[in-house]
Write a protein of this length. Structure first.
Lengths: 84, 223
């Protein structure tokens, strides 16, 4: 798709995390490992993933998340774009 | 009865699935770039690691050209079986409810398990009796079935919970010990265990054959 003249590409970050309430054994494993190394006082660890992407139209990011980047049944996502 | 087994980049169980299906009918391999199903009567989406499991298991394979034809076939009542990675693909493609999460142990599991047939109404379990116990192997890292509670209730109501791990044998933490589920029509079945690896006495069990025989016993729906 051709980009509009003068329209800047936006560097976006999509943060994907396990949906609240769904068992997250990866987070639990990390949470158990930290005290073993002497890092006490750590709770509610969750492991997700970060997707960085340059997009012409950040307005389409939610759609991209719903269709592919996340599985909304098991994952929550948040979109970060630089302030305009 | 002609079975078509789809091969994606990264599939690894398509030959065993073909071999298993060929014991009850004819079976051929279909390539993921194909846009047509070649007139087969049933589709098998096999196990493996389609597209390297990139992003999420099964997430990319659903965009293969052949999946459009599989979607149409499934929605018109054609029998479709998703095994392991195939189950993950069918969930991601929206042909089956729910999703597969990493095993609670976070470990790869490879063992023989016993399954209870909950519903013998699906296209792939008709040759079984309700309550019958099948011995079939599992081998996966991402096999923890999950669906939200309201979805599970609806599935139970419509007989879509087809297979459960026998009591005490849930290997991965699946909700309700669920091992296999179908769509509302009962023609699409997905399961984590591998019936195609349980078709010969040499490997300990022939119980897996019953799934293929179930599909073979039906009148072909495709033209």
């Amino acid at each position: 798709m051709a980009r509009e003249v003068g329209r800047a590409v936006v560097r976006a970050r999509v943060l994907i995390r396990p949906k609240a309430g769904i068992l997250d054994p990866q987070g639990q494993t990390v949470e158990r490992a930290l005290p073993a190394l002497g890092f006490e006082g750590v709770r509610n660890v969750h492991v997700g993933r970060l997707i960085e992407l340059d997009v012409d139209d950040p307005a389409r990011l939610p759609e991209m998340c719903e269709a592919l980047l996340a599985n909304p049944l098991i994952e929550d996502y948040s979109i970060e774009t630089p302030d305009p | 009865m002609r079975f078509g087994v789809i091969r994606f980049p990264g599939s690894c169980d398509e030959r065993d699935a073909q071999l298993a299906a060929s014991r009850v009918g004819d079976a051929e391999i279909l390539w993921h770039q194909d846009r047509e199903l070649g007139g087969v009567d049933a589709i098998i989406v096999p196990g493996g690691f389609s597209y390297g499991d990139h992003l999420r298991v099964g997430a990319i394979a659903r965009f293969s050209p052949i999946m459009t034809a599989v979607d149409t076939f499934a929605r018109s009542g054609g029998p479709v079986l998703g095994i392991c990675n195939g189950f993950q693909v069918l969930c991601e493609a929206g042909l089956l409810p729910g999703a597969l999460l990493p095993n609670v142990s976070l470990r790869f599991l490879c063992r023989q398990v016993e399954l209870d047939v909950v519903s013998a109404a699906s296209a792939w379990t008709r040759a079984c009796l309700p309550g019958e116990r099948l011995s079939v192997p599992v081998k996966h890292t991402t096999g923890r079935y999950y669906a939200p509670e309201p979805v599970l209730e609806e599935m139970a109501e419509h007989g879509q919970i087809v297979l459960r791990y026998a009591p005490g044998q849930n290997p991965n933490g699946s909700v309700g010990d669920i091992a296999g589920v179908s769509n509302a029509g009962g023609n699409v079945l997905g399961l984590m265990p591998h019936p195609e690896h349980a078709v010969d006495p040499l490997t300990g069990s022939t119980d897996g054959l019953k799934l293929f025989a179930s599909a073979a016993a039906q009148t072909p729906v495709a033209a």
